[in-house]
Write a protein that binds this ligand. Structure first.
Ligand SMILES: [Mn+2]
Length: 468
């Protein structure tokens, strides 16, 4: 059976919280999702009796490990890095698929009929934050996928959206130059590996992000022609929204509470999406991605980042011992923590430089720590910064760098279609002296409390560790 949102939900049903109380997706679902520590399914939504809604599927390392079928949190990044380095999938066209079970076409098209929530107070409207956006390069025919935000408007057949200046933006610029509308689709509700890989930012000349995800899942992804535009869409999605982006239409978009936990950042006149068709499954499940602090929103983007950088940083000086890479969801994607073991002086600094100049614009602060620091624990990382770092010689600031457009702490350079920001990047070396400096390195070993290796204490340890 092809991997789908439904096969994934079955696999995590033992952790799922099923909510049968009536909730309003327009006014209540946002906070419930943002507070949830694990997978949620809403079965009873006022105004949307035919729909269910799910979110918070891969918020933390434990959930991500489950998604990839792994046992330990620290296996996630190295595993995905290995998969991404070695696997390439492909897509196959099919004639029929569950996403075509129900169709809204012509005058029946009503985007408002989908249970698309308002995420936060102050948002410009209801926002689709979970749609995998599909476009195609008009010259090469290679598709691109990304997850971008789309704002509902008063017109149920028109929406506005914002895209960073990346691959789909490059497609749009080609259509603008040809003065033609760009076909675009949003696919909602796929297996999370497809969602994760849709956020990958690397170069791809002869495959697309969905095909990359298919390789990691060990399958071919089944695609089907859209009903109203010349574009292929995933046959096993829960919902597909089809439409056209006209070259010169502009309408207000934003504000939208983003992964930064700010509403400001990219709002302004934005391109308009004219919806030409909506298809979905019977008994549809709406996959929401609540876009506030420490939800699925951050790891969906940081997982392929972490794996990409894990592979990239290993290449520093030909071969560097990188143990793990973590972009903490609680730091909103702009901070990268690298766990490594340096052999030589200068290796940590060059690894940090590599982290600050990688394919993603997000990384503003890069921190390197040693093998004995738990990089998923902010208290441990801050201890290492406080006690293993001389700020005079072990921190480095690089001004004049390109940064993420949603980082409002950085000055903005605006063009007609999108936002750019230029500011500083910071490297923090919080590691011990390199391994070849044995005696100096040993001085920075952490002391062990008496009894640390005594296994007869295990039962008492679990008691004293309990929060009281
Ligand atoms: Mn791409």
């Amino acid at each position: 059976m092809p991997h789908s949102l439904r096969t994934f939900l079955e696999s995590v049903d033992n952790r799922m919280l099923h909510i049968h109380d009536e909730v309003d997706p327009l006014t209540q679902v946002g906070y419930l999702c943002s507070e949830s520590q694990g997978p949620l399914m809403f079965h009873n939504m006022s105004g949307f009796p035919d729909w269910r809604l799910t979110d918070i599927l891969i918020k933390d390392r434990a959930g991500q490990a489950a998604a990839f079928g792994l046992d330990k949190a620290n296996e996630v990044c190295p595993y995905l890095a290995e998969q991404m380095a070695t696997k390439r999938g492909k897509s196959v066209m099919v004639e029929d698929g569950p996403v075509k079970e129900v169709k809204m076409l012509g005058d029946d098209i009503d985007l408002h009929a989908l249970p698309i929530p308002q995420h936060s107070h102050g948002d410009g409207g209801r926002y689709l934050g979970s749609g995998i956006t599909i476009t195609k390069d008009p010259e090469t025919g290679i598709r691109n996928e990304a997850i971008i935000r789309m704002m509902l408007t008063d017109d149920p057949q028109k929406a506005t959206f914002w895209m960073a200046a990346r691959h789909n933006y490059a497609h749009y610029m080609k259509y603008v130059a040809m003065d033609k509308p760009m076909p675009m689709a949003f696919a909602i509700g796929l297996h999370p590996v497809y969602e994760i890989m849709s956020n990958w930012s690397g170069k791809h000349e002869d495959f697309d992000e969905l095909e990359y995800g298919a390789g990691i899942l060990g399958e071919d992804i089944e695609m089907i022609m859209a009903d109203t535009i010349d574009l292929e869409v995933p046959a096993h999605a829960e919902v597909v929204i089809e439409g056209l982006v006209h070259p010169h239409d502009r309408a207000p978009e934003g504000p939208f509470g983003e992964f930064t936990t700010f509403g400001a950042g990219a709002e302004g006149p934005a391109p308009v999406f004219e919806i030409t068709g909506i298809t979905h499954r019977k008994d549809p499940i709406f996959r929401h991605m609540q876009a506030t602090w420490f939800t699925d929103h951050q790891p969906l983007i940081t997982l392929p980042m972490e794996a990409t950088y894990y592979n990239r940083l290993k290449e520093t000086h030909g071969n560097t011992n990188i143990l793990d890479v973590f972009v903490p969801p609680w730091a909103s994607q702009f901070m990268m923590i690298i766990q490594m073991e340096a052999k030589w002086d200068g290796q940590v600094r060059d690894t940090l430089l590599s982290a600050l100049t990688g394919p993603n614009l997000h990384v503003k602060i890069a921190i390197a720590v040693d093998e004995d620091v738990d990089i998923y624990n902010a208290e441990e990382v801050l201890w290492a910064i406080a006690c293993r770092c001389d700020p005079a010689t072990m921190t480095h600031m690089f001004p004049g760098s390109r940064l993420h457009p949603l980082d409002i702490s950085i000055p903005q350079v605006k063009d007609d279609y999108t936002v750019m920001r230029i500011g500083g990047k910071l490297a923090i070396d919080a590691t011990k002296p390199a391994t070849w400096r044995g005696a100096e390195r040993d001085k920075f070993s952490r002391v062990k409390p008496m009894g640390k290796d005594d296994e007869t204490l295990n039962d008492l340890l679990s008691q004293v560790r309990q929060k009281r």
